[in-house]
Design a protein around this ligand. Structure first.
Ligand SMILES: C[S@@+](CC[C@H](N)C(=O)[O-])C[C@H]1O[C@@H](n2cnc3c(N)ncnc32)[C@H](O)[C@@H]1O
Length: 308
């Protein structure tokens, strides 16, 4: 996992108290840590990292209501919500399922970028791009069409692993990602004709009709709760016969949930219905896991849809 985000309060004494509290937390003295985090937050009421970590510690102590109160203070102290307090409130059942804060995703992946590939491939056995490539080849083979794409867009491109898997079959790749740190890594691959630091749905809105033959999203839609806006824009941007290929995490129930790992999981029926609503034709939907966590394959879907 990336290093923890720390946002200084700007007050040396409060920051130092936070450090002491963190030591206590790491040593397992949670009650004393909670006390010190609260002191730090009261010294500097806008100290978002103290409120957020206090929320986490109170959760570890089983103090749900007090944790909710601390996460709400963290949210109020940082309306951009770089720590993702709103996600913790969703998990605690204290807020409705809603979109992930962009500032949280950007901060997370900017911190993650330097060790992203090693962590994902070595620690989590990540195989999303390879599974997606296989699925696209199979869909093209079944449709008796060549698996070559002149213009492709890689949504949530990260460091460029999906472009690398598809490099031999794509002429011109555009990569889009919220995180400048990930985009810098992608730039270093030399695989992209163009890279954009942008939110994926907003970036697609700026693209012309029928300007792409392939739209990819490898392990990126797990950061979107509602898939409809993205699928609608992808459909508009695809040329007739073009493909949208993506992976998601999934769950046995209906609709969309936020998992413990702070990634959304989309039910298979929800994905099928969203694709149909967007006017795409489903080519393939396979239950396949793209990563392993705690020695367990995380349930996932690999999906290919075509614009007719
Ligand atoms: C788990 S990484 C996957 C990266 C790459 N596609 C791969 O397969 O290795 C998810 C990426 O999606 C990006 N991301 C998440 N939500 C996004 C959004 N709404 N718009 C653009 N990028 C987003 C993150 O910044 C991150 O780089």
């Amino acid at each position: 996992m990336p290093a923890r985000l720390f946002l200084s309060s700007g007050d040396l004494v409060a920051d130092r108290r936070f450090d002491f509290a963190r030591d206590l937390q790491l040593r397992g003295d949670l009650a004393a840590a909670a006390d010190l985090f609260l002191q730090a937050a009261e010294l500097a009421p806008g100290f978002v990292s103290a409120w957020f970590t206090l929320g986490e510690v109170r959760e570890q102590l089983g103090e749900r209501d007090a944790a909710i109160e601390a996460f709400r203070k963290a949210q109020a102290a940082d309306p951009e919500d770089r720590h993702g307090a709103s996600l913790r409130l969703m998990l605690l059942g204290a807020a409705q399922l809603s979109a992930m804060p962009q500032a949280y995703v950007r901060a997370l992946f900017d911190q993650y970028a330097p060790k992203f590939e090693a962590a994902l491939i070595n620690d989590l056995g990540y195989r999303g791009p390879a599974l997606l490539f296989k699925a696209v080849l199979a869909a093209r083979h079944a449709a008796r069409k060549p698996a070559f794409f002149k213009r492709a867009i890689d949504l949530g491109c990260g460091t460029g692993l999906a472009a690398s898997a598809f490099a031999s079959e794509v002429d011109h790749f555009i990569g889009i990602d919220l995180s400048p740190g990930m985009i810098e890594k992608a730039r270093a691959t030399g695989l992209y004709a163009r890279l954009e630091v942008a939110e994926m749905v907003e970036a697609l809105r700026g693209k012309p009709d029928a300007g792409a033959d392939l739209v990819l999203a490898a392990d990126a839609m797990v950061y979107l709760s509602d898939l409809a806006p993205l699928l609608c824009e992808a459909t508009r941007v695809l040329a007739a016969g073009g493909l949208l290929a993506f992976t998601v995490e999934t769950h046995g129930g209906d609709g969309v949930i936020l998992g413990e790992g702070l990634r959304y999981a989309h039910g298979a029926d929800y994905v099928r219905a969203s694709i149909a609503d967007a006017g795409l034709t489903l080519s393939r939907l396979k239950e396949l896991s793209t990563r392993t966590e705690n020695n367990e394959p995380v349930p996932g879907l690999v999906v290919v849809a075509e614009k007719s």
